[in-house]
Design a protein around this ligand. Sequence first.
Ligand code: URA
Length: 287
Amino acid sequence: MPESVNSAVRDKLKQRLRFYEDLGLAPFYRHPAARAEARSESLVTAAAAPSSSEETTLPNNSRNPQPAPPLTVASAAKSFPPASAGPSLFEASHRIVDDTLLKIREDLGDCTRCKLHRTRNQIVFGDGSPQAQLVFVGEGPGADEDAQGLPFVGRAGKLLTQMIEAMGLTRRDVYICNVVKCRPPENRTPEKDEVATCSPYLFRQLDVLKPRVIVCLGSVAAQTLLETNRGISHFRGEWMNFRGYKLLATYHPAYLLRNPGAKGEVWKDLQKVMAELGLAVRKTKAK
Ligand code: URA
């Protein structure tokens, strides 16, 4: 690192590097020359290992390319293997080869990477089918989720379950997760640093699931995946793209509990999703 970089910036960069190393992303921030050097070293020491370009290329014409592992979240939470070296999560072309939900859960471990760990009871990783074609992404766990370790099991969760059932599906047909995996104190909105720390795990989950449709519940999920500060009302109900996946943002069920008059709009959004997935659109709506 050049001397001209002052020590505060140097410390920040070190912190950031440590964070990426934790995630197994060390090569992301390396100078290309250093990266090439590291690659040739690793090729010498591990002749049988695939090259990094092979490692970062996924067949993208198949959903769920690896056999879905039985996700034993509780057992994964107990063992924390060293972070594996890997590519950037922030470029769609750099996906982690052979990633699985179980590996992601193991990498998360007993996470202390952001301040939310201090007040949480349980990490809420996600729930549902690893083969799901439809993924719902919420904001972060509330009190019930924090107590049970499962997403959307409180009042808002009950409404989400009704919405899913009104679509002719069950919770076991879909996958449900959040932007942050730990409950923010007093259910406050997750802060920028918390979202930045946790969202790479969400991106990995989505890249493993390869859903046909992602539904963002509320502005935090939508703004995180779409990298925008625009209010959700500007793009709610419109098809958007997230790393090649079809994404539609709608209001959060907690908002619907406060504003039941908005349920009709959400139902219209869900009908769009149903049409996209080839599900029979019925006249009833979530009550
Ligand atoms: N709200 C969310 O955004 N996520 C949950 O899991 C529960 C409530």
